[in-house]
Design a protein around this ligand. Structure first.
Ligand code: GTP
Ligand code: MG
Length: 661
């Protein structure tokens, strides 16, 4: 069996199953009541939650630049060299590793098709060929690969995602980025001997910082420090070098982990751990950094992940109980009412039901208004942003400019090289600008969602008052509000769907649904290529050629050339920006509208279903009474039994949840 890296995993797996079993028990108890009550929404919610628990996994993703040892690290975690690794750039695809009874690889293509392979063929066919240049990726048509493998760690409910090294081309990065939201912990791999390069920093700033991700840093190949020592066997010299290196990383990584360096950053030697685990699989891991990392991740797993996963289950179970309780109470109140009396009560209630419908319509209207306002504001902000790019182009583009003193523009090969570096620079510049804009979008959306959340709670409270009135009218007496169910379940849902910790997945989802990638491609296509094709080259080649003809390229020529380049680029920009701004407004507007519409539909359909169910329950009761099917006392006893079962399941769920506290 070998060493278990995360002892809490099996506890969580057991809890998941136990919770799912309780939810299923609730479902089984409730199903027979469907002839009396409309329980469609509640049953669907319970079943979905149970299903989700049964398929629950803990997903870890490794990110980092080329050859940092990502694949080696995952192999060390698994205890065997399953993922291909090499001294050369190696991992070509986003690779998801999950449990399967027998080893099998499925490669998914961008056109939606897939192909199954054995492990060897996969490795042969889909690793980076060291003789290929980085630019021409032969795997553009591949989306990702899934490896199913019978390994103990995977069987315990862990899924592992290996990623190709960070890439020059943003399109390739997007594949890994798209998957980040699906993962519960992101491990960013650095190499001890290369403290945080510019590319790594850029990646961290753009994609990982302040995103509400659970981010851990691994400083791999820590064993390499020895190589740089005068005397590799001198423990004092080693300790000193290690302390110095930690100081460097502490300051570079403080932007990403603040003062939690010790809980977030771990020096490891993946290769040594892999070797050790292959030799003696059961031995405790000797690498203290690696061992500390495992403990930290394990604690994170139980304290944060499990809690986040199970909390909604507890809320749902509580809600199921409260809903049932309310329905039973109503039946109880109506036990002795005759048909005529009940019919009369139902008629009297028409205005109350109309009030519920009015709440629905008012809330719907508010969501729509907020949608219009935000879609318009966002689109306007985007247009202004694009048009303003030109104003600050000089400063903004400066850090990305290719170093002209290294470029030789007189030869065709030199020009081609220049073209390439200019295009990369331009892509990066535009990409960073777009990300900057999308970050400004988040606070706006957050405040819009906050307001909607508050409105949902407000409407929920009014709604509860009326349903309470309905109960009172029907029973002819004051009925106590059942338990803590002061908020109707549609409102609880509506509040929770929007109101989450600072960086809500919802907001990220909206921002992600704005297809920055295609905006970028459009921008690059329109501006980038015309930059290269235009008079730009000749306008800047002029001074250089001149320089070479006379004195060689001096600082003066380089500076002149640089200014000519920026000026020409800015001119190009100014001719294209208005069109780009106009073209992209519609897709951005739609992305925002679609999101709000999805929310509106989900909330309103729940609200609507709730009103209908309340009416329907009364109609059903009336019909039963009319047809003499109704055997009041007996039925009430039955209901009490079910209620007790549901209460029992709810109690067990709370206890189980208590175990992860
Ligand atoms: N000395 C030392 N070498 C390591 C360590 N971890 C990995 N390596 C070596 O570093 C090289 C790259 O390792 P990989 O695991 O392929 O790196 P990667 O990040 O997956 O690389 P790509 O998939 O190409 O991005 C291999 O030759 C490994 O043997 C380590 O802890 N110490
Ligand atoms: Mg790799």
């Amino acid at each position: 069996m070998g060493l278990v890296p995360f002892p809490h995993l099996s506890q969580i797996a057991t809890l998941r199953q136990a919770l799912a079993t309780q939810l299923d028990a609730m479902v089984s108890s409730l199903v027979p009541l469907q002839s009396k009550f409309d329980l469609t929404q509640l049953l669907a919610d319970l079943q979905t939650a149970s299903e989700r628990l049964r398929h629950g996994v803990f997903r870890i993703m490794v990110l980092g630049d080329m050859k940092r040892g990502k694949s080696t690290f995952l192999n060390a975690l698994l205890g065997q060299p399953l993922l291909p690794s090499n001294v050369n750039p190696c991992t070509a695809l986003l690779t998801i590793l999950r449990y399967g009874d027998s080893p099998q690889v499925t490669v998914h293509f961008t056109d939606g098709t897939a192909q199954q392979l054995d492990m060897d063929t996969f490795t042969q066919r889909y690793t980076i060929d060291p003789t290929e240049t980085r630019q021409a990726s032969p795997f553009d048509h591949v989306s990702h690969a899934v490896i199913a493998y019978p390994l103990p760690l995977l069987k315990q409910g862990v899924e592992i995602v290996d990623s190709p090294g960070l890439n020059d081309t943003e399109a390739r990065n997007q594949l890994s980025l798209g998957y980040i939201q699906n993962c519960h912990a992101i491990l960013f791999m650095l190499r001890a001997t290369q403290p945080c390069t510019l590319a790594e920093r850029r990646y961290l700033n753009n994609y990982l910082q302040n995103k509400g991700l659970s981010l851990f840093f691994l400083l791999n190949a820590w064993d390499h420090i020895k190589d740089s020592l005068l005397d590799p066997d001198d423990p004092d010299e080693l300790a000193e070098a290690e302390t110095r290196l930690h100081q460097v990383f502490r300051s570079t990584l403080s932007d990403y982990c603040g003062d939690r360096y010790d809980q977030r950053v771990f020096p490891i030697s993946a290769l040594e751990v892999l070797r050790q685990r292959m030799k003696s699989p059961d031995a405790a891991i000797g690498d203290t950094g690696f061992a500390r990392f495992l403990t930290t991740l394990d604690n994170f797993l139980i304290q944060e992940r499990a809690r986040a996963e199970f909390e909604p289950v507890v809320a749902l179970s509580q809600r199921a109980m409260a809903e049932l309780k309310e329905k039973v109470q109503l039946r109880q109140a109506l036990l002795d009412q005759g048909v005529a009396e009940l019919r009369q009560s139902i008629l009297t209630l028409a205005p109350a039901f109309e009030q519920l419908v009015k709440i629905r319509d008012d809330f719907q209207q508010e969501i729509r208004t907020s949608c219009d306002r935000n879609a318009t504001a966002t689109t306007t902000a985007f247009r202004d942003f694009i048009l303003n790019l030109e104003t600050t182009f000089e400063q903004d583009f400066a850090p990305y400019q290719p170093d002209l003193s290294l470029v030789e523009l007189v030869s065709p090969a030199g020009r081609q090289q220049f073209n390439q570096s200019l295009e990369t620079a331009f892509q990066q510049y535009l990409n960073d600008q777009l990300l900057r804009w999308s970050r400004t979008l988040e606070p706006t959306l957050r405040s819009a969602f906050q307001t909607l959340s508050e409105r949902a709670a407000h409407y929920g409270a009014s709604y509860s008052q009326i349903t309470q009135q309905i109960l009172t009218t029907l029973s002819g007496q004051s009925v106590a509000v059942p338990l803590d169910n002061s908020q109707p379940s549609w409102a609880a849902w509506a509040v929770n769907a929007l109101q989450q910790p600072a960086d809500t997945p919802e907001i990220k989802a909206v921002v992600a649904s704005i297809d920055l990638q295609s905006i970028l491609i459009n921008l690059v296509a329109a501006i980038g290529t015309s930059l290269l094709a235009s008079s730009l080259i000749s306008s800047i080649a002029g001074p250089i050629t001149l320089g070479i003809a006379s004195l060689g390229i001096g600082a003066l020529q380089v500076d002149q050339t640089r200014r000519a380049l920026v000026k020409a680029a800015r001119q190009e920009l100014s001719t294209h920006l208005p069109r780009i701004a106009a073209e992209q407004q519609q897709p951005i507007h739609s992305a925002i509208v679609n999101y709000f519409r999805d929310y509106e539909q989900a909330v309103i359909s729940r609200l609507d279903a709730d009103i209908k169910a309340r009416k329907q329950d009364l109609e059903t009761l009336l019909t039963q009474k009319q047809t003499q099917e109704y055997q009041g006392q007996h039925e009430l006893e039955q209901l009490q039994v079910v209620l007790e079962q549901v209460q029992q399941a709810n109690q067990t769920i709370r206890q189980l949840y208590g175990e992860v506290q």
